[in-house]
Design a protein around this ligand. Structure first.
Ligand code: OAD
Length: 252
């Protein structure tokens, strides 16, 4: 069995040889920035039932409860989170001319903060809140949380520009992600359990169209040993950072 250093080298070589590379990221890439994942150890869904706090029907039924249980905490976590070595590593791979696009399921904006310039936010983002009455948008830091749910100047309730369970993925993001998956030469999948559809299908689509699929995750997922050609198990920050350094040396 190949050891970790061999796999890091192999991934760097595959990236250097690839004509077009995209990344698919999930909550695991932001764990080292202090944002808990949804599933697995320390995951949010250990504390909450996602259908109760992250489904659009729950939000519409009782927005104050969803703001209280989930969104207030997200507001505070995301306001201080900074990109970690994994976000920075993907931005370095873009700068080296290797990675074209990051498709992320995350709503934290950390890829853009790290310097990635083409980020598809598959599940929207938390950076903006929208009034459910008049559609006016507010940047999240300017939203006053002294009243829950927070309100627009018109009195309407504010909701994040995120995709709740039960809502459609934004059309453009959906179409572009599947096009890229079908066209890329290499898909690097980082920190996702790949169980939530339709994003979970992207690695499969990439593989069916001939791409090399490589996974980086703290633990094995159902992609490991199946859809992924090979997997690097460990912390995203260490692994993506190490791979980016080798790629930069290879380009230098
Ligand atoms: P998950 O929480 O399901 O999966 C995170 C993955 O990251 C798990 O496989 C962890 O083992 C792994 N992980 C944790 N820490 C890591 C680290 N330091 N380095 C590398 N990997 C690590 O998150 P997603 O797959 O992104 O959707 O979840 C998908 C969607 O489910 C989310 O976008 C959200 C959620 O419910 C909605 O709310 C619509």
């Amino acid at each position: 069995m190949a050891n970790q250093n061999d796999l890091i080298r192999r991934l760097a070589d595959d990236l250097l040889a690839s004509e077009s590379c995209v990344a698919l990221t999930g909550a695991g890439i932001s764990v080292e920035s202090g944002i808990p994942p949804f599933r697995g150890k320390g995951g949010l869904w250990e504390r909450f039932d996602p259908m109760e706090v992250a489904h659009i029907d729950s939000f519409l039924r009782d927005p104050a409860r969803v703001w209280d249980l989930l969104l207030r905490e997200m507001h505070s976590l995301l306001s201080t989170a900074r990109p970690n070595a994994a976000h920075l590593g993907l931005a370095r791979l873009e700068k080296a001319g290797i990675l074209s696009t990051v498709i992320t399921q995350n709503v934290d904006g950390l890829h853009q903060a790290a310097g990635s310039t083409d980020v598809i936010e598959f599940h929207g983002n938390f950076a903006w809140q929208r009034c459910m009455e008049c559609e006016k948008t507010y940047s999240t830091p300017e939203v006053d949380l002294s009243t829950i749910p927070p309100l627009c100047a018109c009195g309407g309730i504010l909701r994040p520009e995120c995709v709740f369970f039960g809502e459609a993925i934004p059309e453009h993001e959906l179409a572009r992600s599947f096009q890229l998956a079908a066209r890329c030469g290499l898909m690097l999948v980082v920190g996702t359990s790949a169980v939530v559809q339709p994003s979970a299908s992207l690695p499969q689509v990439a593989r069916q169209h001939g791409a090399l699929v490589v996974e980086i995750n703290r633990e094995p997922t159902h992609l490991t040993g199946s859809v992924a050609h090979y997997s690097l198990l460990g912390r995203a920050g260490d692994l993506v950072g190490a791979v980016a350094s080798l790629v930069e040396q290879g380009r230098g």
